[in-house]
Design a protein around this ligand. Sequence first.
Ligand code: SAM
Ligand code: SF4
Length: 343
Amino acid sequence: MPADMPLPSSAAQPLVDPFGRDITYLRVSVTDRCDFRCVYCMSEDMAFLPKRDLLTLEELDRICSVFVDSGVRKLRITGGEPLVRRDIMSLFGSLSRHLESGALDELTLTTNGSQLARYASELAACGVRRVNVSLDTLDADKFRRITRWGDLSKVMAGLDAAQAAGLKVKINAVALKDVNEDEIETLLTWAHGRGMDLTLIEVMPLGEIDGERIDQFLPLSLVRARLSRRFTLDAVEDRTGGPARYVRVAETGGRLGFITPMTHNFCESCNRVRLTCTGQLFMCLGQEDAADLRHPVRASQSDDLLRQTILGAIARKPKGHDFVIDRRHARPALRRHMSTTGG
Ligand code: SAM
Ligand code: SF4
């Protein structure tokens, strides 16, 4: 091929990894910053990235759009706290064109809820239908202790606004030993009473925090056994491609999910990859390997180099992860925080 010939276009080549898994779900962390400092997620004096290292909203849109062209059907915007990124609604607004064209099934976000009162109706107008809100307790003092900086009443106002705007809400709660373990039943009946699903998450060993993971870790197998003394938990087959296993709670009629990376390996059906706010593409939440997409997005106006880099990255998606929390592994399995990769 002559040197000045353009590279063959890899447009619309579907993303299939070496284990035959179709990659149809992209999670995008739009910022590493947050207005909370949850004890399991961040240390109190986090050093954040300089703003110049971040992808611009236009670059984020371009990368997401190449993924959508290549068969990604679901985008989740996360962080850090996605709703603290300046002008974030313009990204939702521009990505909504893929919902309108039918190329994308779902545009959604995971948020701590602190800014939802302000943005819920705009999100709904951009075609967002569902939102995951992280909330580990209904006790205002405990909420402040867990989040260090958070105000429960703002999150509650955010939930009201989201539901008023017609958004379907799912609550995510991290199960924390001695912190909210006595409150899980309350959270369950409260969430289901408001028509919201609840998903419980085990603490994952990501990033240096101020405390010890072993002190926070509460196996969900134990939580589930306790809940089943009081509730009838009927297994639900429908797996939404995510890592949660769901049950239907007969007494409330609501769904309860369990995300158990530590006690149950959920990798075999993994359909997702994660983009950080600096353009690193992680093929697995639990591995260090990443592909840099910031260089290809900046190096050329055409998307060909970007497409080829993405295809090359998917070709090295690993089979799975092997997180361990025990006394012999006092250090985190990975140095980066959940807020870097996006939860
Ligand atoms: N700020 C938003 C929020 O809190 O929903 C989005 C980002 S946050 C990193 C996404 C999810 O990751 C939250 O539900 C949070 O509880 C969870 N998370 C953070 N650190 C975690 C850890 N070490 N183990 C398990 N879940 C964690
Ligand atoms: Fe912020 Fe979410 Fe991490 Fe809490 S879990 S510190 S809200 S990014």
